[in-house]
Design a protein around this ligand. Sequence first.
Ligand SMILES: [Mg+2]
Length: 259
Amino acid sequence: MTQAANEYASLPALSGGLHAFFFDVDGTLAAIQPQPDTVFIPETVCQQLQQLSSLCHGALALVSGRPIAQLDGLASPLIAPAAGVYGAERRDAQGETHRTTLALNVAEALQPQLQAAMDCWPGTLLEAKGMAFALHYRQAMQHEQDVLDLAEQVVKRFPALALQLGKCVVEIKPQGIDKGEATCAFMREAPFTGRIPVFVGDDLADEKGFLAVNAMQGVSVKIGQGSSQARYRLPDVEAVYAWLELLILQIKQDNVGKE
Ligand SMILES: [Mg+2]
């Protein structure tokens, strides 16, 4: 058995009828790339997500720091319930989108200030998401501390804002928005409600999701190394793909057994 097989063998058996699935995207369903806009989910994996979604009657959501429009592009043709920008925008299973926005004056004041500061640090990248700002420094690790200091100064000035640290990125987002809250919001609604949540993610932002599902006796799965509140672990994105394949097979076999 490979190491990956050993790891996912330790995950509990899951059921299409009982469980609800929450997936982070970057670093979980898609390998991290040097540039965030070159990230992709392989076509076969998009198809598997679509299959899993129908096997669990639509109780599958993407929960990401990316805006929903990008998630739809990455997961195409699947259009799933989704929490974008850590839940600042959330499209429920009925297709209705709920948005938390930054006050217009805050967003308008911040963007030129952030851009001017980041222009001084070649290789850093400011991404304005409407309801949040992502300050990327993957291509400029020597400016990590500068970027972190800048983000910290901003949230000190605007108490309605909070920081979200990630892999080579720090985000400035509305206070009270996180993946745990987004997951709980889905779990209050059909077809998620009454099911056992499964949350799969790789980064610091996913810890709030892990805590939320742990509190609901759910299944939290951390991808990769590093300390985590998650109860289970898979080594990498490839292991997630292998686990997805196995999971779909198991659920289909269960369904045949019940016929
Ligand atoms: Mg991630």
